[in-house]
Design a protein around this ligand. Structure first.
Ligand code: ZN
Length: 147
């Protein structure tokens, strides 16, 4: 009886020590190929080196596209804000507004597609509108024109 108990505890101890390490679950390759594989290490995220290289370049390209899309979004938002104020405050060929009103709508005066200086007056261009900024009586004034 005593012997049997010892054997049982030995068996249990043996089982604990020899328990196989938790297997790493299969993962989907991060390069975007859709392959599922069994990683050899926990930090292996690509199927192999080719997939790693492709993934790296692909992600760089995605980041570049993401930056371009973000910049284009800001520009078209700016253009839409100019359109809104041009239509609301137009007197003749242009509309005169306070820049801070446009900024409250999210206008980013540092983002434009081109700049020109006819007669020393700086014009900043968006897609369909352009503007000129000046300071009068401590207020920043924006004059908006249609292209
Ligand atoms: Zn892959």
């Amino acid at each position: 009886m005593e012997l049997e108990n010892r054997e049982t505890s030995n068996v249990l101890g043996y089982t604990e020590y020899s328990a196989p390490p938790r297997p790493i679950p299969p993962v989907v390759c991060k390069c975007g190929c859709g392959h599922s594989f069994q990683p050899r290490r926990k930090d292996q995220i690509y199927l192999n080196k080719q997939h790693a290289d492709f993934g790296y370049n692909h992600n760089k390209r995605m980041l570049k596209n993401w930056r371009r899309k973000k910049a284009e979004k800001i520009l078209s938002h700016n253009d839409n804000i100019l359109k809104k104020y041009f239509k609301a405050y137009r007197q003749g060929d242009f509309a005169t507004c306070f820049l801070k009103a446009l900024k409250e709508d999210g206008f980013d005066s540092g983002s434009f597609v081109g700049v020109d200086e006819p007669g020393g007056k700086t014009h900043h261009y968006l897609y369909n509108y352009y503007y000129h900024i000046s300071v009068k009586h401590n207020e920043t004034i924006i004059k908006i024109y249609k292209r």
